[in-house]
Design a protein around this ligand. Structure first.
Ligand code: JFZ
Length: 462
């Protein structure tokens, strides 16, 4: 382990204690650290934040084998098949000739997404295998090389735009196809090659932005290797270059590494990029008091760990719509966004199970989305029955109930100067519920019926 001057300063500061003046001067100058302090408050960022619910799409050559190679089914993530089945690049590249998604109908996808209730969608433009779903002038390993007659990303962007859904691009820095990609930099030759790779990636990103000026932001991935961590300047330059073209552009923290290879957060502890994107298939703890101070997004698979299309979903638990709704609600209750993944098959069809889940979530959202869009952390003590969410547009306090107590009584604890005047079941014709004042809190009496799905309560405060 390397010990930097900064770490020594931190250790000294720690030993001296919190009142030490050295703590005031503890922040060191970083060339490639965080670009600003605190949250971004411009309109573009506020829009991203108010969206709350997004659709992730993993689509690429891996959708064709769908987790199966030469008769063997690999249970790992389908989009990693080239690596897990140790497939030669020539065999993998041959999939280009098979990619011709005759069922691809982006308007259908977008209508489904809209019905599900998402306000933004993030699609893989290039995953780790390096295949580009748009027509790129910097590589031949792209949609143009396939039999598919069209620019897939362009059609996607236009269809989602027609539904009023914001579009974001996923882009993998890690690239198994590009000859100049390096996992680590050990020689001068590696540095020179990796510099070329960096220029290639930057060119592609600027190309995407030029071709699709409506793109709201980029979701970077594949940034965990030593080569990227040793080149914080590259991650910084990419963020700067994208924002020079469009200052509104939103970049996830996963892009970034600083001068010392610190990822997501720089060596001063400040978030890099515009929001924290480290929550991959998990959510922060309800008791996490730091998370509510920043913008963040969690991304989630429907099976345990499949992003790209996998033929056999019986290999792991497939989440129920209500489980997913709870994750969405929990994210919003802690000031986060929730990005739910879909993996279309090799023909461009969305599998039945995903369509069914999207419809179920959509039904719930139609009734309850006031508690989702513009929802924020309500700063109240969490109770076992569910989650509080405050709508910043209407200044309404909601409770989303997931666990109904046997007593049918739920506890609501408010700050001293706030009174609970009423509580209505928003789905049930605004039915008013009885409120029982208690010593330091209130009890609200729920109807005896069993709820089939999560229920939203609206608390009237005074
Ligand atoms: C990455 C990809 O490898 C994967 O295929 C998918 O695209 C997903 C969204 O992102 O996987 C990750 C990335 C980060 C972590 C774990 C898996 N992580 O931070 O723990």
């Amino acid at each position: 382990m390397r010990i930097h001057v900064f770490n020594v300063v931190m250790i000294v500061a720690f030993v001296l204690g919190a009142n030490s003046p050295i703590l005031l001067a503890q922040k060191q100058d970083l060339k490639y650290g965080s670009q600003y302090q605190g949250k971004r408050e411009d309109a573009a960022m506020q829009k991203f934040r108010s969206n709350r619910f997004g659709q992730f799409i993993h689509w690429g050559l891996y959708a064709i084998p769908g987790g199966e190679w030469k008769g063997k089914v690999y249970p790992g993530a389908a989009e990693w098949l080239q690596s897990s089945a140790k497939i030669s690049s020539s065999s993998w590249n041959a999939l280009v000739d098979k990619f011709n998604p005759s069922k691809y109908n982006p308007d259908e996808w977008a209508i489904m997404a809209k019905k599900m209730g998402v306000k933004y969608a993030t699609i893989t433009t290039k995953h780790h295998d390096g295949f580009c779903l748009w027509n790129s002038e910097y590589t031949d390993f792209d949609i143009e090389a396939t039999k598919y007659n069209g620019d897939l990303i362009k059609e996607f962007v236009e269809a989602y735009k027609r539904q009023g859904i914001d579009v974001y691009f996923y882009y993998s820095i890690l690239d198994w196809h590009h000859p100049d990609w390096r996992n680590d930099i050990k020689t001068d030759e590696d540095s020179i090659a990796f510099e070329r790779y960096f220029q290639f990636a930057k060119n592609q990103l600027l190309e995407l932005q030029a071709k699709f000026p409506e793109v709201k932001g980029f979701w970077f991935d594949g940034t965990w290797d030593e080569s990227w961590k040793k080149n914080g300047k590259y991650s910084y330059e990419i963020e700067m270059a994208l924002k020079a073209v469009n200052p509104d552009i939103i970049v996830n923290s996963r892009l970034r590494a600083d001068d010392y290879g610190s990822r997501h957060f720089d060596s001063n502890g400040d978030l890099m990029g515009d929001y924290q994107s480290g929550f991959e298939r998990f959510l922060p703890k309800n008791t996490d008091s730091t998370i509510v101070k920043m913008d963040w997004e969690s991304c989630m698979t429907i099976p345990v760990n499949q992003w790209g299309y996998h033929k056999d979903w019986s290999l792991s638990h497939v989440k129920f719509a209500d489980e997913i709704i709870e994750m969405l609600v929990k994210s919003v209750s802690l000031n986060g966004n929730f990005l739910l993944n879909f993996g279309p098959d090799g023909n461009g069809a969305i599998r039945e199970e995903e369509v069914a889940i999207a419809n179920e979530i959509g039904k719930w959202m139609t009734l309850n989305s006031d508690a989702i869009y513009n929802g924020v952390f309500a700063n109240l003590e969490k109770q076992d029955w569910g989650y509080y969410i405050k709508n910043t547009k209407t200044n309404t306090l909601y409770g989303v109930l997931f666990n109904k107590p046997i007593s049918n009584l739920i506890k609501v604890k408010l700050p001293k100067n706030v009174k609970l005047k009423g509580c209505v079941l928003s789905y049930d014709g605004q039915k008013s519920l009885q409120i029982i004042p208690h010593e330091k809190h209130y009890l609200v009496k729920l109807p005896k019926i069993m709820f089939k799905h999560p229920v939203v309560l609206e608390f009237k405060l005074e």
